[in-house]
Design a protein around this ligand. Structure first.
Ligand code: F6R
Length: 615
């Protein structure tokens, strides 16, 4: 978490950095800061609050000139969000300045050691320790910045993406990464450093993504040197051509990124299956699966590891994989998996799901699975992300940049990819009847139109949101394929509107949560005309007889639930297994509208960050 931006070149650095930080605010937004160098002075401005607060303050506080600078938008780990703890941080001499994304785990002994040598600290951060450690190393042997950074980083334990600047070497920025992402944009006589490529997309489409334990010394008019931090070996820079465009990372007339991303779902689901789904020929072609088909077919079981919304997509996949392929599936929170000494066999296939591809717990789970000899397959959205590189093979979701902190299109595209995989395996194993297999392919192909139709409930959902926006609690119920959708609906509501919400399998209600139901309690029930329809109708009866308020997501044309529910939201019918792609749409819209009506910051909910690179 935290976003960093650096610039060195011929432009004014300030506007590049500020615009870049705004694009990275999804990574953290509790404080922000910038340092500029104008050839004489290092000028610092930083503040608790958002990048817009920084802008207001910087204009008052410093002159905004200078063609070198670094900036930061923070998600606090060490030290509360306040002005002093905000980055950038100076070393004691005032010569070195740093921005950092990550955590230095052994900062305490390092700090003690530095204090014993006379260093003083203004902030509570681990980052201020790191910059002084670099200074200490540099001074001791009169080293250049790059060497000092390298030696200092070899002493730290933890995760970092850093950009460091030395006023005594004003033509260079040193950048390094371990566990937190870092991209370097290469323009004509200019360089950009950032947590992802979005800050420099309008200036260059050439980028280098540093690998873990690599550092770059970026000098104007000089070839860039990338080295391994541990053994000092030089690395051949691999320059990638970026696929991202500016339109994808702007709101395009929508009030919020979240709403834009909800509405993008028909298009991105199509992007996800484009070139992979050939419904007329009855084929699914996915290189990552074809190349490793035997591994999947010989697997004793599939383990899915993920966090948050991606974990919910994993739960949907569990139902789909077991139904389609008869391969046993277990779904684990990556954070639990990595620390509980799980049983992992060489014959297991582990699927890691992650939108950002940077989630620390999921990355650690992958490493653990690899150590045990399992084959690890990644389902990621962000191309070139750490998880996509750490896994043996994988499939991208092609959802495009997801900027709203609450995941929406990532969820539906993850389910789309996982369904394609399950169908491909089912066809290889012969575990689905021919007719069922072809039906799924056909249904998947027309899913974008059905999702577009499901989005037409927006006005109706907005009206329902108006009624329940002040509810203190909300319950979400679903069965079968739609149980994980209930969990996801509850997560969306709590994370962006701060209303307490719980998702349950509908039948579990009578084992406890039913005690919560009274006339104040809205209950969102996913009541599709599918296998367990009668059972879910009975559950609705149980809520009704306890005066709960029922918001039912029903299949278009449903009459039975309409008679019982206070509100019905109709969505198109589809095969049971694919229904999560539709039932999730009104739940995303409901949480969105409630959050807007409550005046919450939809795209940047409190305490959250888009990419959770700390444990
Ligand atoms: C919820 C949300 C989070 C993420 C979780 C995993 O809306 O966005 O729960 O799903 O932090 O993130 P990724 O998928 O990037 O690994």
């Amino acid at each position: 978490m935290c976003g960093i931006v650096g610039y060195i070149g011929h432009r004014e650095a300030y506007p590049v950095i500020i615009k870049g930080l705004k694009r990275l605010e999804y990574r953290g937004y509790d404080s922000a800061g910038v340092v500029l160098y104008d050839g004489n002075d290092l000028k610092l401005s930083k503040t608790k609050g958002k990048v817009s607060d920084l802008e207001a303050r910087a204009q008052e506080e410093i002159s905004l000139t200078g063609t070198i600078g670094i900036g930061h938008t923070r998600w606090a780990t060490h030290g509360v969000p306040n002005d002093v703890n905000s980055h950038p941080h100076f070393s004691n001499s005032g010569n070195l300045v740093i921005v950092h994304n990550g955590i230095i785990e052994n900062y305490e002994p390092l700090k003690k050691e530095l204090i014993s040598r006379g260093y003083t600290f203004k902030s509570d951060t681990d980052t201020e320790v790191l910059v002084n450690l670099i200074e200490d190393v540099k001074k001791k042997d009169n080293l250049k910045l790059g060497k000092a950074v390298q030696i200092a980083l070899n002493q730290v334990v933890g995760a970092y993406a850093i950009a460091v600047f030395d006023r005594e070497r004003p033509n260079e920025i040193v950048a390094a990464r371990l566990g937190s992402p870092l991209a370097i944009g290469i323009g004509k006589d200019e360089f950009f450093v950032a947590s992802d490529a979005s800050p420099f997309i309008e200036y260059t489409s050439n980028a280098i993504y540093l690998e873990d334990e690599e550092m770059a010394v970026i000098r104007l008019h000089k070839p860039m040197k990338i080295r391994k931090i541990k053994d000092d070996s030089l690395v051949d820079p691999y320059v990638q051509e970026l696929q991202m465009n500016l339109e994808q990372i702007e709101k395009n007339g929508y009030d919020h990124f979240m709403l834009k991303e909800i509405y993008e779902q028909p298009a991105v689901i199509k992007d996800t299956y484009r070139g992979r789904l050939h419904a007329n020929e009855g084929l699914i072609k996915m290189a990552g699966i074809e190349d490793n088909l035997q591994k999947f077919l010989n697997a004793d079981r599939i383990l899915i590891v993920a966090c948050g919304t991606s974990w919910h997509a994993g739960l949907v996949a569990e139902y789909i994989f077991e139904e389609f392929t008869r391969i046993p599936v277990e779904v684990e929170y990556a954070s639990e998996f990595r620390y509980r000494n799980p049983i992992i066999n060489a014959n297991d296939v582990v699927i890691a799901i992650s939108q950002s591809g940077e989630t620390a717990d999921t990355l650690a789970a992958i490493k653990l699975a690899k150590e045990h000899g399992a084959f690890v397959f990644g389902v990621c959205n962000v191309v070139g992300s750490s998880i996509s590189r750490e896994t043996h093979a994988g499939a991208y979701t092609h959802a495009g940049p997801e900027i709203g902190v609450a995941s929406t299109k990532a969820f539906t595209t993850q389910i789309t990819v996982l369904t394609l995989i399950a169908l491909r395996l089912a066809s290889a194993k012969g575990t689905l009847s021919n007719s069922a297999y072809h039906r799924y392919l056909q249904e998947l192909e027309i899913m974008p139109e059905k999702v577009a139709e499901a989005l037409e409930v927006n006005d109706k959902v907005q009206a329902i949101a108006e009624i329940y926006k002040d509810a203190p609690n909300c319950l979400y119920l679903g069965r079968g394929y739609n149980f994980p959708v209930a969990l996801e609906g509850a997560l969306k509501l709590k994370e962006i509107s701060y209303i307490h919400a719980e998702g349950y399998p509908a039948a579990e209600m009578k084992h406890g949560p039913i005690a919560l139901i009274d006339e104040q309690m809205p209950v969102v029930v996913i009541a599709q005309k599918q296998e367990h329809y009668d059972k879910i109708v009975s559950n609705i009866q149980e809520i009704k007889s306890r005066s709960g308020k029922i918001i039912a997501v029903v299949t278009s044309g449903d009459t039975q639930v309409r008679e019982l529910a206070d509100h019905v939201i109709e969505i198109p019918s589809t095969v049971d297994a694919l229904s999560p792609l539709l039932t999730t749409i009104p739940l995303q819209l409901l949480s969105y509208h409630i959050a807007v009506m409550r005046g919450c910051n939809v795209d940047q909910p409190r305490n959250l960050a888009k990419s959770v690179t700390v444990e």
